[in-house]
Design a protein around this ligand. Sequence first.
Ligand code: HEC
Ligand code: HEC
Length: 360
Amino acid sequence: MRFALMLTTVMAVTLFCAPLGLPDLSIPKDNPQTEAKILLGEVLFNDTRFSADGKVSCNTCHEKSKAFTDHLSVSKGFKDRNGTRNAPTVINAAYFTTQFWDGRSPSLEDQAKQPPINPVEGGLHSHKQMEAIVQKDEYYKNAFKDVFGIKSNEITIDHIVKAIASFERTIISGNSAFDKYHYGGEEDALTAQQKRGFDIFLNQGRCVSCHTITGSYATFSDNRFHNIGVGVKRLGGEEDRVARAFLKSQRQGKKVDVEVLSNKDSSELGRFAITNDITFMGAFKTSSLRNIEKTFPYMHDGSLPTLETVVIFYNEGGRLTPQDPESKFLDGGIRPLNLSQEQQQDLVAFLKALTSPEFK
Ligand code: HEC
Ligand code: HEC
């Protein structure tokens, strides 16, 4: 009886039927979706008490009305402390095989542990502080009992992040004009200009070689790491020195997430900071492009303000002008594209067709 009941609760909310254009979402076996857990996760996501000044929640940097971003080039944490990186959207983050620009976290559960105790984000000293807040709060006491069947003194950070991750697994959006056209067979869903832009995306622009589209769905990311030239202005030619300083900080016991979010130079090492493998120097995770019109500014450092500047950047082969230096670690897939002004506008128009109805 009890089993049957649980199964219906899980089935009611698990994404068996993803929106048009997205694959079904896999849910970790040890963290099944339930309605009560998702609701609890949303409350935790919005709780500003998990920060040193009581003002910063996940929602501060991932605001629903801003397509789950903050629209800042780099995020501000407690007491307006500046980080080094742009806040990516949480929409569809559940589909990534790693989290963060450098993929240093393997899951949404693990990811959610980091911001509250990062010295430029939540600024708490330890997860114990979070647990203490939750254990004393009447609403949380009851909710954790309902969801996990535990007493208040048994609530740990692992329960907290499970609930947050379950909430994030409901922030899934497809069904854009592109999906209606490409997967729904609605010929009129894209304008003629957007159709030309799609052709450029697939062919002359070679965007699809990293921003993946398959026959039945599109997450727009290969889940891999590439140096596309964004960090070269800051790091160009200095890679060896910065890498050595970073490795020294690691030997001295500095945590990677603290170092990359508080030191602008270390931030630019990208995936190298995680793998210590030189082939990943300045490489960052391929972003999803869904809802891209609404998640400005762009790139890991928020350095490109508009989609027009992004397209110029790619058209010049990973630079803004032909005079800019090129990274010696640049990915082989990034070369000048020779797109005309009109083609560049077409490509921008196509990117705007990736917005889901709920974020229009
Ligand atoms: C102070 C602003 C700030 C706060 C608070 C914050 N984030 Fe973030 N978030 C960021 C930034 C900046 C990044 C990228 C950092 C990096 O890649 O090193 C990020 C990355 C992420 C990612 C990875 C997405 C991807 O595409 O890889 C997820 C998921 C996420 N945050 C969820 C959360 C959750 C859940 C919380 C609350 C527990 C939270 N964030 C709190 C700014 C913030
Ligand atoms: C070699 C792989 C590769 C190719 C080819 C590629 N991209 Fe990207 N794209 C990436 C990576 C990696 C990032 C994140 C880079 C960073 O922040 O340093 C990115 C970021 C972006 C972003 C910003 C996302 C955000 O949330 O800030 C946009 C927009 C974008 N790409 C569009 C395009 C378009 C349009 C094309 C074709 C002209 C293209 N990309 C070709 C790998 C690629």
